[in-house]
Design a protein around this ligand. Sequence first.
Ligand code: IMP
Length: 426
Amino acid sequence: MKQGKVDALLGIVFGDEGKGKVVDVFTPKYDVVARFAGGPNAGHTIIFDGKKFVLRSIPSGIFDEGKLNIIGNGCVIAPDLFMAEARELQEAGYDLRSRLHISKRAHLILPTHRVLDRAYEAAKGKNKVGTTGKGIGPTYSEKASRTGLRVGDILENFPQKYAALKARHEQILHDLHYTDYDITDEEQRWMEGVEFMRQFPLTDTEVEINRLLSEGKSVLAEGAQGTMLDIDHGTYPFVSSSSTTTGGVCTGLGVGPNKIDQVYGIFKAYSTRVGAGPFPVELFDETGDRLREIGHEYGAVTGRNRRCGWVDLVALRYAIMINGVTQLIMMKSDVLDGFDTIRACVAYERNGEILSDVPFDTEGCTAVYRDLPGWQEDLSAMTSEEQFPQTFKDYIAFLEQELQTPITIVSVGPDRAQTIMLGSVN
Ligand code: IMP
């Protein structure tokens, strides 16, 4: 039997590229949709038939009845938030139990991990990362220091294991003089969430995925965050704590690299970043405000203003290299409608030096731009490539040339229907 393949769908800049929407559009082509990294720091927005859902931990393939959705071993999961998210979907009529499996090896985010997240941020003073406060960093740190709790731990002696880890956290918080917190209600909901999780198949998802692949089934690995937030390749220390890149697909699902076929890199027609850290293309002027306003660039999880700027080809080239991106998907192209001139960052400059690769530290880098003519037409009303204005076609051609990678899909609005396949799709 022909082996099935894993395609990866990855945010390749600072996250918030619109992965949820694309996974939702892609799902019919796959048998399995799997999350391999991150946790409830993600907010994947999906809009269809006038309904809107924001998914945090649950894969975006959940709306499609015949598909298996997997929360892989590379993920971290907060039982209380998972329960709230799952209940919302169940109330909307989706039967999750038959379509969602959770890896026993995924790590649990405890209420005290969230307190630690706040405590560590507070201790950083001016150098805060600007985390989502969901306990992501402390949970992954604990995974690396081999003291964490995993989903499979809820099946045996859980109260004792939980109490021991919580006591350890309390000791750390005490040592940090961070004692002004109360998790009583939160902990109760969290424990309820643990009970709630028991109704789902908690499995060895790595074995399951590989068995399905050997049966010829296809898997879509749904990324979270983006390459520039990757723990190894992002703008460290202003990053998240997981492997958000193609390498993370292998470790976060337990699949070999030879199983990976297409790597779809998603980016927006402009740039955004949430939280702290260097952002060479950031605009502090009316144009930045206009991108934020038109693009509704406010965090899906935290509601924070996203920092905005023009597209960053230096970061994109780097991300394409790190991930082995085979096809690009450009989101939110319609947000650029009506600009007389559109700019693209083609290099960074620092202290008079021109940098065409992402350096060790992008602090102090500013953008070197290429100006391109804009378009006045309303892209969101267009349904095929033929309707695109020439200037937009030229913008796509320019990006493809600079990035040496085909753009095969362009999104022109939030609805599923506003997704246009370009002629070069292979
Ligand atoms: P953490 O993942 O909560 O630890 O946050 C670390 C950094 O990643 C912060 O700058 C966050 O704003 C950013 N971040 C985390 N998740 C997302 C996301 O889903 N989209 C965009 N930025 C994110």
